[in-house]
Design a binder for this molecule. Sequence first.
Ligand code: SF4
Length: 280
Amino acid sequence: MTHTVKYWTTDKPGLLWRGQTSNPKTGNIPTAYVKEELYDAGCKGCPHYGQADNRPEHKRNRSGRRGMTCYAHRGRMRQAAAALNRRAREQPHQYTIDAAMATRLASARYARLTAIGDLAAVHPDEVENALATIRAHGLTPIAYTARWALTAMQYLRGVALASVTTPGSAERAAKRGWKVARTVSAEVFGQAVAAADSIVHADGGLVSARVNVTVQTSAGLLIACPAQVSELRGAPRVSCNDCGLCPAVQGMTTRVGIAFAEHGPTPTGRLWAAVKKAWR
Ligand code: SF4
């Protein structure tokens, strides 16, 4: 595809790849990380990325930015990504998508774009080449972008989920043809899972809860992320590699998306830990 609307800021490679990860949420699947020098370019429009407020509960992160509520840009995730970037500068050939495909587990069914940073900062040719490589190896991409509203990002509609945080943004994204991944409060998520009368045991022992949250958004039915549902309901723990709902909803004709409970090292995210504890 020819890309006439430019948003990306560099023609150099913007993704670092690992063939294996120890992330229990995704399972051990190839995962891409946006290079750290591109975080600002990709993430700056996201409501979770360094909001310009001075609420005291929002401490400064390592880059001095206050109001950062994105879990990926805080704490251990951010530190791990910084270490990965350091290693990649020393041995870049080990952090390509080809290296990731060569070192992935045979059990990997999906590849994730991205664990940190937004694809908006990356040249579309690189993203499309990555998607083609993933598919050529028989894997399915799991992709997200918080920059779905950019004209330059419409090429990922139908592939990536639009990351949204409010009913209004869910509605706007759905109207433009995006399937959404929406964060809801941990309390709402926990209550919805508790109230769901159909905890579905589907293929492969997958535990899923269909949670109708149309009360909160007109953007359609949201399915509670089975990985998070399994965190509430205990073993067996479900990973993205077991699940694959995020890419699967792209093929559904109804307005359906995925609901995630807010999580991470923020005041609202810490509620998720409290909700999980209450279920035990
Ligand atoms: S819905 Fe499934 S594929 Fe999507 S994040 Fe949750 S576990 Fe992963």
